[in-house]
Ligand binder design. Structure first.
Ligand code: CP
Length: 349
């Protein structure tokens, strides 16, 4: 695996599968009483979130802490960014403190790629503008594989605000990497320009019409999972649809649509990356249905982020030597912790 995780395209199929297998052993750890392994002891991870987040920020922090890394959270407000410091100066300042990884969420597409050019440490993209959110795609793949098994040939339908969705962009890449069949559905105003050439090159289908896709009409075929996307009003500067009601009627996963899906396949899965606009892109009956794996996605987020941190950071030299006495104590504790809580042989160092 490369030093950074900026795009889902950075990962080969073998690398995605490796991460998902590691995540499975990390998920076992999540179910134990003592959720701590010494894997990343001595590593320092900074979670720098220039945009709001609940799931990604807290799961990266939990992931780091459970692997015994020192994790520090920074946000734009409360950092020198609010005094006008540039992204470059902020990134280089934090990097100069000999941290091992910067987990970055930023509202500018390409920000993480740019930071990776300026710093020595690993950079993990926790969502950059409308570009990508690779760890979200990995946790979605983990959730799907847990329920559906191998994703080769499985049909995943992604619905909603494609134009502004980094989740969609990363998911198309990861799902295609794993051999899934993907159809994306959006109103014409929320379908990215140039998607025709992109979908032809990468082998996914597009549609403006949700019901024939969900009903599996013609070449669409049966649906294994539906991923509803959040309508990102904060990124919209104009009127992308006339009213919320019309959006729901055309593109929402309503109770009626869920019932029709379940009538065709009662094992169908409903995903949403969160946060959800209940009543807009997804009805509460769908969000809380037995088919919904929304909270499974959240749970997988911790395991998958542990796996990503493990693959990027474990095995590198510990950045600062630990004083001898502390080292001996820590080594004893680490040995005990490894014996008591190691998720699997290969996953803990
Ligand atoms: N899915 C996702 O990125 O959620 P947060 O914005 O809460 O991190």
């Amino acid at each position: 695996m490369t030093k950074h995780l900026i795009s889902s395209a950075d990962l080969s199929r073998a690398e995605v599968e490796d991460i998902l297998e590691t995540a499975a052993s990390m998920h076992d750890l999540q179910r134990r009483e003592v959720k701590k392994v010494p894997t990343l002891r001595g590593r320092t991870i900074i979670n720098f979130f220039f945009e709001d987040s609940t799931r990604t920020r807290s799961s990266f922090e939990i992931a780091g802490k459970w692997m015994s890394a020192d994790t520090i959270n920074l946000s734009a407000k409360g950092s020198s960014t609010s005094k006008g410091e540039s992204l470059r100066d902020t990134a280089m300042t934090v990097d100069a403190m000999a941290v091992d990884a910067l987990v970055i969420r930023h509202n500018a597409s390409g920000a993480c790629h740019q930071v990776a050019q300026w710093v020595r440490c690993s950079v993990i993209n926790a969502g950059d503008g409308t570009h990508e959110h690779p760890t979200q795609a990995l946790l979605d793949a983990y959730t799907l594989r847990t329920r559906l098994g191998d994703l080769d040939g499985k049909h995943v339908v992604i619905v909603g605000d494609l134009t502004h969705s980094r989740v969609f962009r990363s998911n198309v890449i990861t799902l295609k990497t794993l051999g899934a069949r993907v159809t994306v559905v959006a109103p014409p105003t929320l379908m990215p320009s140039g998607i025709g050439a992109w979908s032809a090159a990468d082998g996914f289908a597009t549609s403006w019409d949700l019901d024939p896709v969900l009903d599996g009409e013609g070449e669409h075929g049966p649906v294994d999972a539906v991923m509803m996307l959040r309508v990102q009003r904060e990124r919209m500067s104009g009127g992308y649809f006339p009213t919320a009601r019309e959006y729901t009627v055309g593109y929402g996963l309503t109770r009626d649509r869920l019932e029709r899906l379940v009538a065709r396949n009662d094992d169908v899965l409903v995903l949403h990356p969160g946060p959800m606009n209940r009543g807009l892109e997804i009805a509460p009956e769908a969000a809380d249905s037995p088919q919904s794996v929304v909270l499974d996605q959240v749970s997988a987020g911790v395991a998958v982020r542990m796996a990503v941190l493990y693959h990027l950071l474990a095995g590198e030299e510990t950045p600062a030597p630990v004083p001898a006495a502390t080292a001996a104590t820590a080594a004893t504790a680490a040995t005990a912790a490894t014996a008591a809580t190691a998720p699997s042989e290969g996953a803990v160092r």
